[in-house]
Each structure stands twice: as structure tokens, then as C-alpha cells.
Design a protein around this ligand. Structure first.
Ligand code: URA
Length: 207
């Protein structure tokens, strides 16, 4: 008879938890059907003590091959956004709602999100970021358990598990709709103000 996941496996908070322990509990995960087509699990990357976390939807083609989040075209734009905030990718933490690539880049399904969410919540609980930037509607709806549109909630702080969460548009959306970039920059500036970050001075090294 098949056994369901143990209580420990679905725990959202584990005493003395670390990212290493969460990763090891995730193991060679086969909890949902996404494992069948994946190359690599994309656990997340960045600083374990980051004040700022970015959470996307799920790995795409490049992420699935490399095992790292946001390394494709949308990832390059995310890197630019992070650097425009005066930070580097190594200073923040980047993760996704699901850790395996959905086939054909479809949105993750409810059961897949449900299987993966405890691990993301454990990552958030260990890192204890001050702010979380939620990238796009899939991540926002999954984390906040809402059906509201990203266009309705973006730009507004929402208290989330001891952090402040800022929903904004996904960089892949910005690649298709560059006219929305100023709205995202407005949202990121709120995050910068909250974290006391100043944008880098461009060309400073040349003067
Ligand atoms: N899009 C996402 O939501 N996450 C990634 O890691 C890459 C693209």
C-alpha cells in the first residue's frame, strides 16, 4: 500500500531549520508529476541570510538544464532589476513556487503547487527575509492563496509570514510588454526605500 507524505515532510516550519536541511528533505523529489520530465530540480540560489527574496513561478528550459533559477532571458532581465536596486544576485535569494519545470512551460497545477509549497515556506522561514518580491500572478496567487489579478495587487505591500511582500509583474511579462517596466520600477523603488537601498551611481568609476 502506498504511504502518503509524512507529517515531517509536509511541515512548513521545522525547529532549527536550514536551507541545507530543506534541500536534503526535498531529496530526489517525486512528490508530484513534474518530476517525470525534469532534468534538474531548481531549489533556489543566493544568500541564506538575504534581506530580499524574489519568488517566481517555476523553472523554464534553461533553468531545468542548469538547476539554477532565472538564468534564461527573463533571468537576465531579473539580474538587471536586482543590479538597478544596487544589489547583486549573490546578495538576494531567488526561488520559485515549483522546483521542477512544468512541461511546455505551462503554469504549475494546484496539486503541484501544493506539493512544493511546504519547501518554499521552509526556505522563507530559514532565510527570514525582510521583503519578498513576488514575480507575476502565478507566484502571487499561490503564496497569497488568492484569485485576484496581479494588476490589482501589484505595488501594494502585503504582510506575509513575518516579511513584507510586494507583488509585481514577472520579468517574462516585461519582455513581452516593455511599457510596463516603469510600473515595476515604481514597485522596486518601494522595496528599496523599505530596505534603505540606494540605486548605484551610474558611471561613477569614470568620473
Ligand atoms: N521564470 C520563472 O518564473 N522562474 C524561473 O526560474 C525562470 C523563469
Amino acid at each position: 500500500m502506498a504511504h502518503g507524505p509524512s507529517l515531517f515532510e509536509v511541515a512548513e516550519r521545522v525547529e532549527g531549520d536550514t536551507l541545507e536541511r530543506t534541500c536534503s528533505d526535498l531529496g530526489d523529489c517525486k512528490r508530484c508529476k513534474l518530476h517525470r520530465h525534469r532534468n534538474k530540480i531548481v531549489f533556489g540560489a543566493g544568500s541564506p541570510t538575504a534581506e530580499l527574496m524574489f519568488i517566481g513561478e517555476g523553472p523554464g528550459h534553461d533553468e531545468d538544464l542548469q538547476g539554477l533559477p532565472f538564468v534564461g532571458r527573463a533571468g537576465q532581465l531579473l539580474t538587471q532589476m536586482i543590479e538597478a536596486m544596487g544589489l547583486s544576485r549573490g546578495e538576494v535569494y531567488i526561488a520559485n513556487v515549483v522546483k521542477c519545470r512544468p512541461p511546455e512551460n505551462r503554469a504549475p497545477e494546484k496539486d503541484e503547487v501544493a506539493s512544493c509549497m511546504p519547501f518554499l515556506l521552509r526556505q522563507i522561514a530559514s532565510i527570514q527575509p525582510k521583503a519578498i518580491v513576488c514575480l507575476g500572478s502565478v507566484a502571487m496567487q499561490a503564496l497569497l492563496n488568492t484569485n485576484k489579478a496581479i494588476s490589482r495587487l501589484r505595488g501594494e505591500w502585503i504582510d506575509f509570514r513575518g516579511a513584507r511582500l510586494m507583488p509585481t509583474y514577472h520579468p517574462a511579462y516585461l519582455l513581452r510588454n516593455p511599457h510596463a517596466k516603469p510600473e515595476v520600477w515604481t514597485d522596486l523603488k518601494k522595496v528599496m526605500a523599505y530596505l534603505g537601498l540606494k540605486p548605484p551611481i551610474r558611471g561613477a568609476s569614470r568620473s
